[in-house]
Design a protein around this ligand. Structure first.
Ligand code: KIV
Ligand code: ZN
Length: 510
């Protein structure tokens, strides 16, 4: 059977989703989980774009063992050299270089011409190959590129030493049958492609990213680029869990195999959702909480008699069966660490100390702390620990009719502690206004959602917010048994994501 490589771009293309901005610690944590999931390649970031991206790619390259670690680079020398500096620590480094090849991209984005881009592609791939033994080249917007020119540029990249050629449907424009025919045509025009890995990278603008990726596999692609939960630019990338389970469940049809440890799919999906603040819809294929639920009487009856009547996969195969991890208030720090490890979190040092404190506070009020609670606590702590601002305390001082008054104390890692009071329409609004005042950063709330992590009256409340700063939205997520506190934590998290994105900008205290 042909082996299809799973190339995960959650930390690069996925992280480009509106509102998502992961910290270095969070990216490293996700990369460790991707290694447990046994993906073949982790695209860890785009090192030239920021110090933070460079640091996270370097750390992932040196710490995460197993998968190939790729860094993205435009066809500029400086990008390629920077990507190499970051990935060179890996046992399996890869430089992934790309350029727009459609006339639209060449003329309007690159302000160049076909000859120039052709020549620069060859030079870039040669430079990358002189540094790294594994080089991937992507013609961006390939599916809207003239096929004759695309063949020339792919042939030039192959000739210059590219090991992987990745055909990108950058704007999610193609359809499965069209894409398959396009790839076949390209393979015929570039005979050298048969000795290289042919890869596909599809976006979901028309909801066909997974179908298009699978159509690519049908005509010979042996690498598929995907993101966990399908996150990514605009409508997102092809979803990792859907591509993998389609190839596993219908291996008979596709005639291929993958090396993914599918039992880690649910854990990985939850980790990414918790850390990005992007919820998984309940009806999402494979990892949605309803993906294996049967509502109608006929279906329930069938499943009770034999699950295969209405199920094509086993819940256990994707790691979705109920976890039997429970901790009580007498559980110690070691038990917490072990339980978190089993759930895919490697939490140590200061983060473990804080997670344990949170666990104790929660266990004091809740009879049993479940796996879902623990995951939520761990995700909350891994993310919040690195923030510049920490919510030290909050208080709703007064509430009359619809008006409330709240006081907060916020500390800043370099500038000390700030207190502020503010009014608002209800306690949550008042706390948000007080946070604006204490941090001297004014945000505009654009989305607010509240959910219970587990059932029961003592459930942990999870609040997700989207807050706009300077015209861009930032996501935040907070957790507590007190809903106002969960909201305050989510809001501070969004402030931290925004503040973290302004590397080099001076923060001015009130
Ligand atoms: O969508 C795209 O074209 C990309 C490339 C960098 C591969 O993400
Ligand atoms: Zn992309």
């Amino acid at each position: 059977m042909r082996r299809v490589q799973i190339f995960d771009t959650t930390l690069r293309d996925g992280e480009q989703s509106p509102g998502i901005s992961l910290s270095v610690e969070e990216k490293v944590e996700i990369a460790h989980q991707l290694a447990r999931l046994a993906v073949d390649v982790i695209e860890a970031g785009f090192p030239i774009t920021s110090e933070g991206d460079f640091e996270s790619v370097s750390r992932i390259a040196s710490e995460v063992k197993g998968p190939t670690i790729a860094g993205l680079a435009r066809i500029h020398d400086a990008d390629i050299e920077r990507a190499w500096e970051a990935v060179k620590w890996s046992e399996r480094p890869r430089i992934h270089t790309f350029v727009g090849t459609s006339d639209l991209h060449i003329e309007h984005q690159m302000r160049s011409n076909r000859e120039d881009i052709l020549e620069r592609t060859g030079e870039a791939v040669r430079l990358a190959s002189s540094l790294c033994s594994d080089v991937e080249f992507s013609p961006m917007d390939a599916t809207r590129t003239d096929i004759g020119y695309l063949a020339e540029i792919v042939a030039a990249a192959v000739e210059a030493g590219a090991d992987v050629i990745n055909i990108a449907d950058t704007v999610g424009y193609t359809t499965p049958a069209e894409f398959a025919a396009f790839l076949k045509d390209l393979q015929e025009r570039v005979p050298g492609l048969k000795d290289r890995v042919l890869s596909v990278h599809c976006h979901d603008d028309l909801g066909m990213a997974v179908a298009n990726s699978l159509a690519g596999v049908e005509v010979g692609a042996t690498q598929v680029e995907v993101a966990v939960n399908g996150i990514g630019e605009r409508a997102g990338n092809a979803s990792l869990e859907e591509v993998v389970m389609a190839l596993v469940t219908r291996g008979d049809y596709y005639g291929v195999e993958v090396g993914t440890n599918t039992r880690q799919l649910a854990n990985t999906s939850r980790l990414v959702s918790n850390m990005t603040g992007y919820e998984v819809p309940p009806n999402k294929a494979i990892v949605g909480r309803n993906a294996f639920l049967h509502e109608s009487g006929i279906h329930q009856d069938g499943v009770l008699k034999d699950r295969r009547t209405f199920e094509i996969m086993k819940q256990a195969d994707v790691g979705l069966e109920g976890s039997n991890i429970f901790l009580g208030k007498h559980s110690g720090r070691h038990a917490l660490k072990e339980a978190l490890e089993e759930l895919g979190y490697t939490v140590e040092g200061e983060v473990l100390k804080r997670a344990f404190q949170r666990f104790k506070e929660i266990a004091d009020h809740k009879k049993t702390v479940t796996a879902a609670d623990l995951e939520a606590i761990a995700a909350d702590e891994v993310g919040s620990f690195e923030g510049k601002f920490v919510l030290e305390s909050f208080r709703v001082v007064a509430a009359t009719g619809r008006q409330s008054r709240a006081a907060v104390t916020i500390s800043h890692e370099n500038h000390g502690t700030f207190e502020a009071e503010a009014e608002g329409e209800g306690p949550v609004d008042a706390v948000f206004n007080a946070i604006d005042s204490a941090t001297n950063i004014k945000g505009r709330l654009t989305d607010f959602r509240i959910d219970a992590v587990t059932g029961g009256k003592d459930a942990l409340g999870e609040v997700r917010v989207m807050v706009e700063f300077e015209g861009r939205e930032y996501a935040g997520r907070g957790l507590s048994q007190d809903v106002v506190e969960a909201a305050a934590r989510a809001y501070v998290r969004a402030v931290n994501v925004y503040a973290g994105s302004r590397v080099g900008a001076e923060w001015v205290a009130r």
